[in-house]
Design a protein around this ligand. Sequence first.
Ligand SMILES: NC(=O)c1ccc[n+]([C@@H]2O[C@H](COP(=O)([O-])OP(=O)(O)OC[C@H]3O[C@@H](n4cnc5c(N)ncnc54)[C@H](O)[C@@H]3O)[C@@H](O)[C@H]2O)c1
Length: 326
Amino acid sequence: MTKCALISGRGMGMMHGGNFHNHPDAEVVAVCEMNPDLLEKAKEHFGVPGYLTIQELLDNCDAELVLLIVNETRRIPPLRELLEAGQNVFTEKPLCGLQGQATVRESDLAIAAPAIAKWRDSNQKFGIDFNYRFMHHFKKLHDDVVNGTLGEIKMLHARAHFNCWSHIIDQILWNLGTPEWVSVTGDPNEGGGWQRLIHIGWENGVVGTLTGTNLWGYDDHPLRVKILGDKSYAEAKGLDGSYLRRKAGNSEIEEKWENEPGKPEMPESFKRMADGVINAMQSDQPFPADGEAAWAELLFEAAVHRSALQNGARVYLDDVDRAAFV
Ligand SMILES: NC(=O)c1ccc[n+]([C@@H]2O[C@H](COP(=O)([O-])OP(=O)(O)OC[C@H]3O[C@@H](n4cnc5c(N)ncnc54)[C@H](O)[C@@H]3O)[C@@H](O)[C@H]2O)c1
C-alpha cells in the first residue's frame, strides 16, 4: 500500500485524492490545506488527520508520496519544500506559470529551474499530470509513431484551445522529442492567451506547426495533433476522442474510430495516470510523465515566449535551457 498525502481541499485536488484513495494499492493518509474550512471538509471526506501547513504535514505524517495539487502560480515554493524534505511528489501542469497556464514566460522557467536541479540530484520520484497520454486516441497515435506504423516521421500539424495548451505541447514532445528550435509569430504583450503561430524544427529535419488561440472555442475539438510519416499520417483529436490514419499520398483510410460514447476519456485518464504513478512507486520506475517531461514542456514554452518577443527569431531550446540555470 502506498501512503499518500494530499495537498489541496479544492476540486482538482479532491478528484486526484479520490483516485489515489480508490486505487487498490494506495491510500490517502493525511491532507494539508491552508484554508481551514476546506481542510475540515477534506479531513472528513477521507477520514484522516489534516494540517494547515506543509511543515506540520511533514512533521506528523509518514506518507511516501505527496500529491501537490496547487496552481501553477504557486507551485514551485511548496514543491521545493517537499523535494528538500526528501519526498516523492506528483503535481499538476504546467510546472510554473506566474501569470497562468496559457501565458508561460521565460522567467517562469528560471523560477522552476532550482526545483528541477534539486530533483535531478536526488533519487526521489517526481512527476506531472500529463494525463492526456492515457487517453486511448492519443496513446494510439503515440504507439503508431514509436512502432514505425507511420514510417519515417516528416511533419507535425497541431492546434489547441488554451485550456489544453500544456497538454498539446506535451503530446508533441512525447511523440517527437524535444525540438531544436522554435520561431513564433504573436505578441505576448497582448496579454491573456495571446494568439501564437509556432514553427518548430527538430534536429533530424522534422518540421511542424502549432497554433494556439481561444477564438475558435471548442468548435471542431479543442485540440488536434496530426503526425505525417512517409508511409501514413494519423490524427488524434478531441477530449471525447477520435483517431484517423490514412495512407500517405493517396489518403486511403487505414483506421478510423471514436472512443466509446457515454464513457468520457478525461475522467478515466486521471484514474489511469494515478494507476501509472502507483505502479511506478511500487516497481521503482520513473513516473509516467516525470520531471524531465515537466521541464521539457516548460522549456518549449519559454523558448516560444523568447522568440515572440524577438519578432519571430529562431530560438534554440538549448540556449534557453542554459540561461535558466545561470
Ligand atoms: N490535467 C488536467 O487536465 C487539468 C485540468 C484542470 C486543471 N488542471 C490544473 O490543476 C491545477 C489546479 O490547481 P488549483 O487551481 O485547484 O490550485 P489552488 O492554488 O487553488 O490550490 C488548491 C488548494 O490548495 C490550497 N493550497 C495551495 N497552496 C498551498 C500550500 N502551500 N499549503 C497548503 N495549502 C495550499 C489552497 O488553499 C487551495 O484550496 C492547476 O495547475 C490547473 O492547471 C489540470
